[in-house]
Design a protein. Structure first.
Length: 131
């Protein structure tokens, strides 16, 4: 059976345009999160040619800054938004292209939470890159 999930995407490609020269110096993605109940979530970066790289985060009821090394993000598939119609179409997409994450090509961030029998919620206060 399918797990209940919720997710969202955020387009940030326009925010990187003026910073292209310094992007290669960043090594970590930092996410400030909390959740009412502890929740496991998947954070994905999606590039302009539909490559997806993901890492897992665990949110608790306390605000925390989770640091994810960019080189630890693994190739993955991403959830299609809005949900494809009709319902028999694939819900997930994985590019047939291959390559490594180049942060300069990243343009979307996606977070997916799984309910696992209880209400899933997550609050994201900020996401940024660190050196």
């Amino acid at each position: 059976t399918d797990k209940q999930m919720m997710g969202f995407q955020f387009y940030f490609g326009d925010k990187l345009k003026g910073r292209q020269s310094e992007l290669s110096s960043f090594t970590k993605l930092v996410v400030r999160v909390r959740a009412e109940n502890p929740v496991k979530a998947k954070l994905s970066l999606i590039t302009n040619d539909a490559l997806c790289f993901s890492g897992n985060i665990n949110a608790t009821s306390e605000w925390m800054d989770i640091k994810i090394p960019l080189n630890s993000l693994q190739p993955d598939s991403f959830l299609l938004f809005p949900r494809p119609f009709p319902g028999f179409l694939p819900l997930w997409f994985k590019s047939s292209a291959t390559g490594n994450l180049n942060i300069a090509d990243a343009e979307k961030m996606q977070i997916i939470c799984y309910g696992e029998g209880k209400q899933a919620d997550i609050e994201v206060a900020a996401i940024w890159l660190e050196k």
